[in-house]
Design a binder for this molecule. Structure first.
Ligand code: GLU
Length: 265
């Protein structure tokens, strides 16, 4: 099954969640950022273009500011994101440079993906960054996105970016091995052909202190991309060589099969 959906990958969107970069004791694990950067460079070496959607700004900001819990007011959250985003990009820049690769920061808000003119502009800018051989690293522009213009979580952002670019695959890296077949059981579903009620019921939210999202936003993201004719894989970002294993079609994580033929926009 994976063979037919994961062959000839030319452009892949990889979403890395805050959970991959944080642990209870460390809201910004540089080792994990380094590890993901190296794996992305391995895909680039295989000739696969990669767009990274990376969370972690607020976590990195908390780390730098020495905050023990997630700020509660909007302005404190936005300030922490502004401080953390710079740290995050600094870390990516350093680790991609070790592989002689360039990175580009792209911060988006909802309007950028909804208004046609802005949408077309974002699309051509990202393709131009790729043409320059750099890796676009996308996050929501948390510092300016108040409630009404907010995308809210990076699973949704990654799904919208995947559709916008007409990428060949979305990989969502999380802190779980995939979609579990039963609540409370660690048995991963290998393939989801249809996102029905049962699958939706398997998704549950998380209320972790440093991150938003959970399985339910991932399932919604899967709906967006599979309906646009694009497959999606959810896998564990801390598992060894996970990106390479996915593109080598190994049976890791959960793959969501596209529902429709690829649409172009
Ligand atoms: N944009 C937020 C950050 O960088 C994260 C949103 C998410 O994890 O979904 O911290």
């Amino acid at each position: 099954m994976r063979d037919s959906y994961l062959s000839n990958l030319k452009l892949v969107v990889v979403k890395v969640g805050t959970s991959t970069f944080t642990s209870k004791s460390n809201p910004m694990d540089r080792h994990a950022i380094k590890n993901i950067s190296r794996q992305v460079c391995e895909l680039l070496d295989k000739g696969i273009k990669v767009v990274l959607v990376s969370s972690g700004a607020i976590g990195a900001g908390m780390h730098l500011l020495g905050l023990k819990s997630r700020p509660r007011t909007l302005e404190h959250l936005q300030a922490a994101a502004a401080i953390g985003q710079a740290q995050l990009m600094k870390a990516y820049d350093e680790y991609f440079k070790e592989h002689h690769r360039k990175v580009a920061q792209v911060l988006l808000i909802r309007d950028d993906l909804e208004e046609r003119k802005r949408y077309i502009n974002v699309k051509s800018t990202i393709f131009t960054i790729l043409e320059y051989g750099a890796v676009p690293i996308i996050n929501e522009n948390d510092t300016v996105s108040a409630d009404e213009i907010k995308i809210g979580d990076n699973d949704t952002l990654a799904s919208l970016v995947t559709k916008l670019l007409g990428a060949d695959l979305l990989i969502i890296l999380s802190d779980v091995d995939g979609l579990y077949s039963h609540m409370g059981k660690k048995e991963v579903v290998d393939t989801v052909e249809e996102i029905d009620r049962r699958i939706e019921e398997l998704a549950c939210g998380t209320d972790k202190d440093v991150c938003v999202g959970g399985m339910s936003t991932k399932i919604k993201a899967a709906k967006v991309v599979t309906e646009a004719g694009i497959p999606m894989v959810i896998a564990n970002g801390q598992a060894e060589e996970i990106l390479t294993k996915i593109v080598n079609k190994e049976r890791v994580g959960t793959i969501f099969i596209p529902r429709a033929k690829r649409s172009t926009s």
